[in-house]
Design a binder for this molecule. Structure first.
Ligand code: NAD
Length: 498
């Protein structure tokens, strides 16, 4: 992967342009700490320019028949396949994750494009004919107008693709505000979309951080905002966006339990648990960050996880065989270290200690296990977002579920067992929106919603699946009669003609 400095620019009305802001934020190769680009921090004026361009493009794009709009998406899908390795390597370069994880997220992103290619079916309304004599009741789906997405650093390819194809396939025009820490993949995604034949102004990029975000939330020309990121920012985006009259979905942070029952098939479960906890350096919203070991599963599973974690090869994502890749920033590494210190001072046992940086360069943090945590410790409840697995030991499945439900988050939960009754009890009682049975990263496919609950999600309609289509459209419900027809009811009485 070529590491020469890359330019990051805004994309407005079909042109790559400089923003108004004077400040920039460095983009690092997290494996070396080297600066590979500078993200311009755009201002509210830049957001306004993008809204004007997107607003101007809406008139024609929203009237372009959906069967034509999806031709662009079909071509886009082919271009994404052709550039698969390039996109994967770009994700690795700016985010740090390994090729397997980076390739996985590119694949997951492409699957949303494939889903959006079915937009004619997804946009179908409903109808009931003859609700009274000669009177039909139908509903139609319309695009909203200019919509925006604000995305995090940890999935620079997949998360922009959660919304971009769906929003534009449904006829909206779109502004992307990528993470200032990983702007390069977004830029390439949009270049390919233009190559696929998207008209100018339909998709725009405004780079930046909080000023750009607040500019989006406050702009009267934007109808809906999709946000993915940390919990405090998600809450701010939801409240501030709603206060400015916008439809908002805000996907937030997580603290996901992996419950291990005594009958779990450990030789297969442990690699899965290790990959959930330490894959992508723990920087996944679906990472299993708490191991809840039930009964006599306790010592066996903790020992096996420790043994496997100790053996992980720490190294850059672009080096073959690397299993534990770097964190995104030095400051984030400090934050993760502070959490391990805190856990120790709260009384947790540091069963595996990754605080000494395992490699000299880059932002690496070693695999860590905080054993014997209790429910009131901050390390049991707060999102650490690093390669740190907290372990709690309980005596029963009920205790495991009660512990899990003590979290303010509700993104995901996994259970490792072969016992159907245990699975049923857990599913009925656990407070999490994405469930994994012997699956440590319970990621739904593109045609299902990405379904966090509690403080992991603010809003009503989730991203992806049919929820995503509903989020980016609104219904008009029509009742119609034609008076020239002799059969038509003479008067329309509500609720219905007797
Ligand atoms: P973040 O909240 O720091 O940033 C997300 C976006 O918000 C970025 O575009 C950033 O520029 C913007 N932002 C940051 N601070 C802001 C502020 N004060 N005001 C306005 N905008 C601001 O999140 P991150 O560190 O990039 O991503 C990691 C977080 O995202 C984790 O908490 C993770 O769990 C969460 N996440 C959640 C999901 C999900 O589906 N629930 C998916 C991926 C990541």
């Amino acid at each position: 992967m070529q590491k020469t400095r890359r330019q990051v620019r805004n994309f407005i009305g079909g042109e790559w342009v400089e923003g108004n802001g004077r400040e920039t934020e460095p983009v690092y190769d997290p494996a070396t700490g080297e600066t590979i680009a500078e993200t311009p921090l755009s201002t509210k004026e830049d957001v306004d320019r993008a809204v004007k361009a997107a607003g101007a493009a809406f008139a024609d794009w929203s009237k372009t028949p959906v069967v034509q709009r999806i031709q662009v998406l079909f071509r886009y899908k082919m271009l994404l396949e052709e550039h698969f390795e390039e996109l994967r390597d770009l994700v690795t370069l700016e985010n740090g994750k390994d090729a397997k994880d980076a390739g996985g997220e590119v694949r997951r992103g492409i699957e949303v494009v494939e889903f959006a290619c079915g937009m004619p079916s997804l946009l179908m309304g409903e109808s009931v004919r003859d609700v009274a004599r000669g009177i039909d009741n139908v509903s139609h789906r319309f695009p909203l107008g200019v919509v925006a997405a604000i995305t995090p650093f940890n999935f620079p390819c997949m998360i922009p693709l959660w919304t971009m194809p769906v929003a534009i396939g449904a006829g909206n025009t779109y502004i992307l505000k990528p993470s200032e820490r990983t702007p390069l993949t977004s830029q390439r995604l949009v270049e390919l979309l233009i190559e696929a034949g998207l008209p100018e102004g339909v998709v725009n990029i405004v780079n930046g951080a909080h000023d750009a975000v607040n500019g989006i939330l406050e702009h009267p020309g934007i109808e809906a905002v999709s946000f993915v990121g940390s919990q405090p920012v998600a809450e701010h985006v939801y409240r501030h966006g709603a206060a400015h009259g916008k439809r908002v979905q805000a996907l937030a942070g997580a603290k996901n339990s992996m419950i291990v029952m005594p009958d779990a098939v450990l030789e297969k479960a442990v690699p899965n648990i290790v990959s959930s906890a330490y894959g992508n350096a723990g920087e996944r919203c679906l990472a299993g960050s708490v191991l809840v070991a039930v009964g006599e599963a306790g010592d066996r599973v903790v020992e096996a996880v420790k043994e496997a974690a100790e053996k992980m090869k720490v190294g850059p994502g672009y080096e073959e065989g690397s299993e534990l890749t770097p964190l995104i920033r030095d400051s984030h590494r400090d934050r993760v270290k502070d959490y391990v210190d805190l856990g120790e001072s709260e009384g947790a046992t540091v069963a595996l200690d990754g605080r000494e940086p395992p490699l000299e360069d880059g932002f690496f943090f070693g695999p860590t296990i905080l054993d014997n945590i209790t429910e009131n410790m901050r390390v049991a409840r707060e999102e650490i977002f690093g390669p740190v697995l907290s372990v709690v030991r309980v005596e029963s499945l009920k205790e495991a579920v009660d512990f899990t439900n003590g979290s303010s988050f509700g993104n995901a939960c996994s259970i490792y067992t072969e016992n159907g009754a245990a699975v049923r009890y857990w599913r009925e009682n656990v407070e999490a929106g994405m469930l994994g049975v012997n699956v440590g990263v319970a990621a739904p496919m593109a045609f299902f919603p990405f379904n966090g609950i509690k403080n992991s999600f603010y809003g009503d309609l989730h991203a992806t699946g049919k929820d995503g289509v509903r989020f980016f459209t609104e219904n008009k419900v029509e009742i119609a009669r034609f008076l020239s027809e002799p059969e038509t009811a003479e008067a329309v009485k509500m609720p219905t003609e007797a």
